[in-house]
Design a protein around this ligand. Structure first.
Ligand code: SF4
Length: 169
């Protein structure tokens, strides 16, 4: 039987930021532990509110909120910033997809209280097809013998792999 490499919500999130980072994480290349700007720490503090006891877990999925509106289940994630909106949307879509596999048809909501903004994430055939392609791409990236070449992006400035990628600079 073919082994299907597990893909996580975090993999999905990084796929839309930096595919090289997906490879590095999948190969368990340790980021620079001394680096105070360790990106995961930053990512959590800049992007998410501190998780609290209110969070809800459904299988492997942990979300901030769940409610029912007109019979529709809505799962919500509260974020500090909409800077990485595509990543956040696709990660939430991945949770919606997983819920569907459990027989739960839900909608998603991204809440940005500091920006007084709300984004709805809906499962559609089209969105699901994009997600499936992304999951396939992540598996292909992980199987590459060497990581994709680094590309300078804004995220590099706070990425814990920046020494690894840009040591000669
Ligand atoms: S430093 Fe930049 S290119 Fe390297 S893994 Fe991080 S985001 Fe990607």
């Amino acid at each position: 039987m073919d082994y299907e490499m597990p893909v996580t919500g975090t993999d999905i999130w990084y796929y839309y930021i930096c595919q090289r980072e997906v490879w590095l994480m999948k190969h368990q290349i340790a980021p620079d532990q001394e680096d105070e700007s360790l990106d995961i720490g930053r990512f959590i503090s800049e992007t998410y509110y501190q998780r609290n006891k209110q969070e809800i877990s459904i299988g492997n999925i942990i979300v901030d909120r769940i409610r029912r509106e007109d019979g529709q289940i809505i799962i919500g994630e509260v974020k500090k910033s909409s800077r990485y909106l595509k990543s956040a949307k696709m990660q939430l879509l991945y949770y919606l997809e997983q819920l569907r596999q459990m027989g739960i048809q839900a909608k998603g909501e991204l809440l940005f209280p500091e920006e007084r903004k709300k984004e709805t994430v809906e499962w559609t055939e089209e969105a699901s097809a994009e997600l499936k392609k992304t999951i396939g791409d992540i598996r292909l990236i992980a199987r590459l013998p060497v990581p994709p070449a680094p590309k300078k992006i804004q995220f590099c400035a706070t990425c814990a792999y920046r020494e690894y990628c840009w040591a000669e600079e």
